[in-house]
Design a protein around this ligand. Structure first.
Ligand code: SF4
Length: 404
């Protein structure tokens, strides 16, 4: 599988651009809806340590003039904190419906781990639990030919990343290896900390691994031309819209590996537009074989999950055994209040120094500490959104509740 997904050819993060952004920019601003509360600016600066807003001083107070996207990480936290809907992600739902209604196109949905935690937040299930099985049934009712689980690809990601970590340690490479599965973080690292960005894992994110496998491995199973397959990702994320559009994310030469990325908000709109009666749905399974996954893939959706999954796997690769079930208690628990968690993890021959950060302001502090030599680690996980993808910028917006 790893040969097909192209992870060894060119480091994955090579494709993340640091230049100004073109029409693929996934954020939309409607100035007429803006009430100048500046929550977007505050979130961007304080929670994410960015500052991508052009402000104009209009006398008594500043107001937002435009988004200046050069430094934007596409995390979408500004959207999640906008009370009027003046900010939103680019709407890609029509493109997806066009593909679904085209009889010559095979449509494949993949669903990210954090979507199962939130997909029904704004839907009425009549008291039924919002299980992953009901989520699969709901997405299938939209008309997809196949509904698969991004967790399958998260498992592949972790096999790659754990192998890379072991190599990194064997080579005695200087400095930590950083995770690369969050496109918001990768973009931030490449624009702010280009030296540290050289230490990003070369492994693709689960979304992109899935897209590549769908258009190579699964196209072969189906015996079809990959150009006939249209892959849609349901993500808690806005940055993934940009990630899918980067040049190079085309394993078959027939077009992007992932054709469209929809947020959980767009999924909610689709279900309403198609009058899917979610309260009547019984549970259904993901399709196979790309719908089977382990717990390692499931926990990608929350801060520390990628770290735990990678360490579990690395431990197994080194010792041939699974680590004790309690081995990660320490890693899961809160760490010293430095804005990030730092722990030790025991491999047979050494103690790994690890750190986990979520929210780019925390990542910024962590990177500064590493650059100044005030902190030193072997392996670092960073997720751009507070709490990880469960707090992603593409999640449902619920009045009065926001992780950031
Ligand atoms: Fe996307 Fe998750 Fe990264 Fe947020 S933390 S930018 S939701 S991948």
């Amino acid at each position: 599988l790893t040969d097909r997904m192209g992870v060894h050819e060119v480091p994955y993060t090579t494709f993340f651009e640091t230049k100004p952004i073109d029409a693929r920019f996934p954020l939309v601003r409607e100035p007429e809806k803006c009430v100048n509360c500046l929550r977007c600016v505050s979130t961007c600066q304080k929670v994410q340590a960015l500052g991508v807003w052009d402000l104009v001083d209009s006398g008594s107070r500043a107001h937002v003039d435009a988004v200046a996207p050069d430094d934007c990480a596409f995390c979408g936290q500004c959207i999640a904190n906008c009370p009027t809907g003046a900010l939103h992600e680019r709407d890609d739902t029509e493109r997806v419906f066009d593909a679904i209604f085209d009889p010559d196109t095979i449509t494949i949905a993949q669903v990210a781990p954090a979507v199962r935690s939130s997909w029904a937040e704004l839907l009425d299930l009549g008291g039924k639990p919002p299980t992953p099985g009901r989520m699969v049934a709901a997405i299938r009712r939209l008309g997809f030919d196949y509904v698969f689980d991004t967790d399958f690809a998260a498992d592949v990601t972790i096999m790659e990343e754990a192998s890379e970590l072991i190599e990194h340690l064997k080579e005695g490479a200087e400095g930590p290896m950083f995770t690369s599965c969050c496109p918001g973080w990768v973009r931030f690292a490449k624009t702010r900390y280009p030296e540290l960005a050289k230490k990003l894992s070369t492994t693709k994110s689960p979304q992109q691994i899935f897209g590549a496998l769908a258009k190579t491995y699964y196209a072969e199973i189906l015996g079809v031309d990959p150009a006939k397959i249209f892959v849609v990702s349901y993500m808690p994320c806005v940055a993934k819209k940009m990630e899918a559009a980067y040049p190079g994310m085309d394993s078959t030469g027939t077009g992007p590996d992932v054709d469209a990325v929809l947020s959980v908000r767009e999924l909610t709109r689709q279900l309403r537009q198609r009058f899917v009666n979610v309260d009547l749905l019984e549970e259904e399974d993901f399709d196979r074989p790309l719908g089977v996954a382990t717990g390692a893939g499931h926990i990608f959706g929350v801060t520390g999950g990628v770290m735990e999954a990678a360490l579990r796997t690395a431990y197994n690769f080194v010792t041939g055994e699974n680590p004790d079930a309690d081995a990660f208690h320490e890693i899961r628990s809160e760490g010293p209040e430095r804005g990030w968690r730092e722990k030790g993890f025991q491999l047979p021959d050494r103690t790994l120094r690890i750190a986990v950060a979520s929210g780019l302001a925390n990542a910024d502090a962590l990177c500064r500490a590493i650059e100044r030599g005030e902190a030193s680690y072997d392996f670092v996980e960073v997720m751009a959104c507070p709490g990880g993808c469960v707090g992603g910028g593409g999640q449902p917006i619920i009045e009065g509740f926001n992780l950031s």
